[in-house]
Design a protein around this ligand. Sequence first.
Ligand SMILES: [Fe+2]
Length: 301
Amino acid sequence: MSVSASGYLRIGASDVDAWMDFGTGVLGLMDANRADAAGARFLRMDDHPFRLMIEPAETDGLLATGLEFPSEDAWQRTCEAVTESGQNLVQGSAEEAKRRGVTAFATTSDPAGNTLELFWGRELDYTPLVSPQGVPGFVTTYRQTGDLGFGHLVLPAPDIDAAAAFYTDIIGMGLTDTLYPSGMEGVKIQFYHANNPRQHSLALFNGPHPLGVVHIMVEVETMDEVGHAMDRAKAAGSHFLATLGRHINDNMCSVYLLAPGGIAVEFGYDGMLIDWETHVATVSTEGDLWGHEYSFPGLND
Ligand SMILES: [Fe+2]
């Protein structure tokens, strides 16, 4: 087990301002006010310099997932294992590392073609987090063990077995559980944890997705903060992709919102933290304890 967390996301946006309005106005994230020559904007959730990087792009979608490693040694060993596995790996320049607020990184992709940036040594930002919406904090750290990462994300992987082997054998994640949702013939979702107690930091879905990501999740500290976000989303006219509900596997009580450009954002509270020493991987056929009635624009609205 070497990978520490899902550290940051790079999101391509055809309308960066609209994404920033959603990120700050609805999700309550803080504009990091980092200068960027390419016009990217940055959203903070904690003492990391940013957790979401919103970059001008012709088409909307996920550009890359930043995976954090605990040391230069662990990072280097993983880079070597990636190369040995046959996946292409390109070292990032010092200038590109500075843009990401990391000591060093390398770009690769998983067997499904999802772009990953493997990094170590994040440069922290000690100026206090001030949410423009008064959100007291986001669940990204755990007192006993440190970083939980930004949250989680679900990546498309039509050949899920090849991708699964890459994340477990090369990247160093562990399988938490598997879901075969009832009523969705042939669909398989597998949830993976990094070396932190969050129930899953990354999941794989065995199908394609036009945006390169099925959903991303950010977590707050109280149920009231989910409620406040729902009120802000309603006032902003955001589309609700799912009603309030609670997932079975990670216990997340959450709502799903449609970000500008189409990425689904799960906003939740009460995610499960697990002791991996005693964890047993399980299989389920239901994703939700209650709620989460899905409503995709154009399909059933
Ligand atoms: Fe989720």
